[in-house]
Structures are given as structure tokens and as C-alpha cells.
Design a protein around this ligand. Sequence first.
Ligand SMILES: C[S@@+](CC[C@H](N)C(=O)[O-])C[C@H]1O[C@@H](n2cnc3c(N)ncnc32)[C@H](O)[C@@H]1O
Length: 231
Amino acid sequence: MPPSRWSAGTGPGPIAPDGCAVDFYALMTDNGEAEIVHEAAGPGASILELGCGTGRMTRPLTALGHAVVAVDESPDMLAHVTDAETVCSSIQDLSIGRRFDAVLLASHLINVPDDDVRAALLATCRAHVSDTGCVIVEQHQPAWFESASETEHERNGIIMRLHGVTRPAPDLLSAMVEYVAGDRRWTQTFTARQLTAPVLAESLASAGLRLDRYLTKDEAWFCALPGSDGV
Ligand SMILES: C[S@@+](CC[C@H](N)C(=O)[O-])C[C@H]1O[C@@H](n2cnc3c(N)ncnc32)[C@H](O)[C@@H]1O
């Protein structure tokens, strides 16, 4: 599991290859995301969750009645997922030979700057979704690429700060996010690519998917279906 070229992290406890701090994610709770997924997937849908982390969304999805298979490349993250079947694998290399009613690709993983990696992530989604199923994706809000600036907010007693925002190219944003919980402090630097509507449509089409609808007004969450436009 080589570290990611596009993100890196520091702080106490294990750090996943993409720079995410395991102990930080273990503190985080669902913030309404599971309900968005539940609504889109439908009652009782089987769900393949890609990049599940410590199971922040896995737990409420399971509680809502979904059979979830949770995938992550970090065994330290997966050690926290106790209420679902887990698979330790990179998303790009995943091939578990089963198809699901819904495949979940959250946490802005689709905004990876590398087009080949994005293509591989979406190919895994397509390979594991049933022909009548849906792929549920969370991207960075398109408007955030223009509006992002130094910010600080607090949730559940954890302070989150965004620092050092730069735009190394018109569609790229680099920054460092800092999390402080008591005397523990983690950082993660990252670069994200904005997916304009044409780029998103082309990325989905290359994987045999098409945009069905946005699930939230800010267009951060959307649902894609197998097939090409017009099919
Ligand atoms: C930002 S965390 C979010 C975790 C979880 N989705 C949540 O919302 O709490 C991203 C997770 O995806 C995993 N991840 C990132 N890239 C991955 C890849 N290419 N293959 C497998 N796991 C990956 C990381 O190890 C990490 O646990």
C-alpha cells in the first residue's frame, strides 16, 4: 500500500495510505450521510461501501437494515468496523465476484486529480453494481472550488481548520486540513480536482455509467446508473 501521491497525513496513531488518521475518523459520527444513501439505495438494498474508513457510515447503514460489505485499504481503519463484512483492498484492485444493489463511493475519492485513478475507481463501481442498481457518489461541491478559503468550525468538540488554500491549476485545489481534539492534532494535505459537468459525464461514460440525478442541492451527492446516456 504505497502512500498516495495526492494526499498525506500527520498526527498520533495509525495513518492510512491516503493520509487519513484512523483515530480521528474513529471519533467522527454520521452527519446525515447515511440517510442520503439509504434514500437513494432503497429499503433493504445491499451496499458495497468503498473507502469505509472506521465505519462511520457503515454503522448507521447497517442499523437501517442494509447488508453492507465495507472495503478499505487500511487494516487499521477496518479494525473498527465490527458490524459488517469487511474486505481489505485498494478500490482499484477490488474484485469480489458479487454485485450489489448499490455501490457507495463517498468522501470525495472521485475528486482524485489523476484521471487514470478516477477511471479505475469508477470501473470498480460499475463491475460491482447490479444492472438495475445504482452507484452513489459524494464529490466536493462544485462551488467549493471557487469559495474555499481559510475556515474554522467545530463539530462534536473537534475543531477543524482549512489552511493554505492554493489553486495550482484552474481545476485543482490544494490545502491542508487540521483537526484538533483535546491535546491531539492531525493534519492532512490534499489536492482535489474539480469535476465540471462535462468531465464528470465523460468519466462516468468511460466506466459504463451515466448521471441519473443529484441527491443534494449542492450537487455534492449524486446517483449514477449503469448504461450510457439515452439508454
Ligand atoms: C476520508 S476517509 C473517509 C472514511 C469514511 N468514508 C467516512 O466518511 O468516514 C477515506 C477512507 O478511504 C480509504 N481509501 C482512500 N483511497 C482508497 C483506495 N484507493 N482504496 C481503498 N481505500 C481507500 C482510506 O483508507 C480512508 O479510510
